[in-house]
Design a protein around this ligand. Structure first.
Ligand code: GTP
Ligand code: MG
Length: 195
């Protein structure tokens, strides 16, 4: 898939604000600093796309990006699933849960974890949330360029074991520096959209 259009559309906190054109959506979640903005920029080949609407730490909104008029990437900036974990009653928890529960357009949950490290409790909580709502998931191991080739198998195993990875899901290691993994991810997206 060639990305010709990648455009920020809107930020939403409630379902009545979501886009209404029915395009399929993929939601992106990951801990702060895991490389989420870099990943979205690398994937879409844009330098600053993922910064347009992010107000780190403060507002927690779902940000919708239109890709090729074919799908939306839905970015969750500020990442608050420590809160989700503690109490789903908190607003961030409600926002993301409302989205996961109600959003028929959602076809893929993407979870970014640091390829160098064992997933955290928050990573596990987010993956579990995807699984609880039966959302097909793509786990991205970020910063692949920082992991020695000899460690790749070991790290993938550690990540999968820690997350209690469902073998129906897909794992891809990615580097936003070298764009390694890009073609694989774009192919996964293309296949999903076609279905
Ligand atoms: P917040 O928006 O603050 O939550 O962070 P984020 O998850 O969007 O991470 P961001 O993309 O801002 O990247 C965090 C840091 O990691 C930056 O210094 C990036 O340059 C670096 N980084 C991200 N991806 C990669 C990668 O694939 N390789 C390397 N070497 N560094 C990366
Ligand atoms: Mg970011």
């Amino acid at each position: 898939m060639q990305i010709n259009k990648a455009e920020y559309v809107k930020s939403c906190v409630r379902a009545e604000h979501y886009p209404t054109d029915g395009l399929p959506e993929m939601i992106f979640a990951g801990r702060s600093n895991v490389g989420k903005s870099s990943f979205i920029n690398s994937l879409t080949n844009r330098k600053q796309l993922a910064r347009v609407s992010s107000r780190p730490g403060k507002t927690q909104t779902l940000n919708f990006y239109n890709i090729n008029d074919m799908m939306y990437l839905v970015d969750v900036p500020g990442y608050g699933y420590a809160k989700v974990n503690r109490s789903l009653k908190e607003s961030f928890g409600r926002m993301i849960e409302e989205y996961l529960v109600e959003r028929d357009e959602l076809i893929l949950g993407v979870l970014l974890v640091d390829y160098r490290h064992k997933p955290t409790q928050e990573d596990i909580a987010m993956y579990s949330l995807y699984k609880y709502y039966e959302i097909p998931t793509l786990v991205i191991g970020t910063k692949k360029d920082k992991v020695n080739r000899s460690q790749h198998k070991k790290q993938e195993k550690l990540i999968k074991e820690t997350l209690d990875f469902d073998e129906n899901d897909v794992f891809v290691a990615y580097s936003s520096e070298t764009h390694e993994g890009r073609e694989e991810v774009l192919e996964i997206f293309e296949d999903l959209i076609k279905q």
